[in-house]
Design a binder for this molecule. Structure first.
Ligand SMILES: [Fe+2]
Length: 261
């Protein structure tokens, strides 16, 4: 049986109107480029967007996002979770609501958490989300599990970004430690590839579909790395492979000298 192929895209920062720019980069254009790369290389069983889907939180930006994905992948289920730039009330206004919060696909238990603190940039997991994580892991003790959220639950090595680490990450990891079936935790927000290990669980960050941030930087700094996505190949026996893929041979007009965004 071929593995279940899950593709993660993140931090698209789309506007309610086409032409939204982040640090000079047209976020529609870079999302289209990532989707073209996906179309050329992938046959996804599901696409997941891990927050900061919108830059302005407007309903129109979510409708546009869904239409753009549907145009490239009309038959592929779409799941999403909110980031600090998103407005979950507006996300729920869309006509074709993507999968939210939780699903079981390809013999894997997938949990999508809301790590936002309203009106703030940093992350925290509300007691309800910690409780839901515990219950949804306990409900499928025989299935391998993936946990997704927007904010990083561990520092990624950049001082300016790590002020936004999930505040109650200890509570989060306490729950994970109670369940031996969690294979990986994966997030967005930091606009860069990052991989580490904790007690046999892979901890992964995924590049944005638009601007990238420079790894291991004390202050805000934009990276020259290209936009991309992450592929998971999930085997029914609980094994998995994952890889980050990026656009190649493209030059974007980005304000690399910017001191913030
Ligand atoms: Fe974010």
């Amino acid at each position: 049986m071929r593995p279940f192929r899950l593709l993660q895209i993140t931090d698209c920062h789309l506007g309610s109107q086409p032409g939204e720019k982040l640090l000079g980069l047209d976020t529609d254009q870079s999302l289209y480029d990532v989707l073209h790369l996906l179309q050329a290389n992938e046959a996804p069983d599901m696409i997941l967007a891990t927050g900061d889907i919108s830059n302005d939180g407007g309903v129109a930006s979510y409708e546009r996002f869904i239409k753009i994905i549907e145009r490239s992948f009309p038959n592929t289920p779409l799941a999403w979770l909110p980031g600090n730039h998103d407005d979950p009330m507006n996300m729920d206004q869309v006509v074709n609501l993507p999968i939210e919060a939780h699903c079981v696909r390809g013999g894997w238990n997938m949990i999508f958490l809301d790590s936002r603190i309203p009106m703030e940039e940093g992350g925290d997991l509300h007691a309800n989300e910690i409780d839901r994580l515990d219950k949804q892991l306990a409900a499928y003790p025989r299935l391998p599990a993936l946990v997704f959220l927007h904010h990083q639950p561990v520092p990624v090595g950049s001082t300016w970004l790590d002020q936004y680490v999930v505040l109650n990450n200890e509570d989060f990891f306490k729950v994970l430690d109670r369940h031996s079936n969690v294979k990986a935790v994966c997030w967005g927000h930091v606009h860069q590839n990052f991989e580490t290990d904790r007690k046999g669980v892979k901890l992964l960050a995924t590049p944005s579909t638009c601007v990238q941030f420079l790894p291991n930087s004390h202050d805000f700094a934009v990276d020259k790395a290209m936009p991309g996505y992450r592929r998971f190949e999930l085997h029914a026996n609980g094994a998995f492979e994952t890889e980050v893929c990026r656009i190649k041979d493209k030059v974007y007009k980005i304000d690399f000298a910017s001191a913030g965004y």
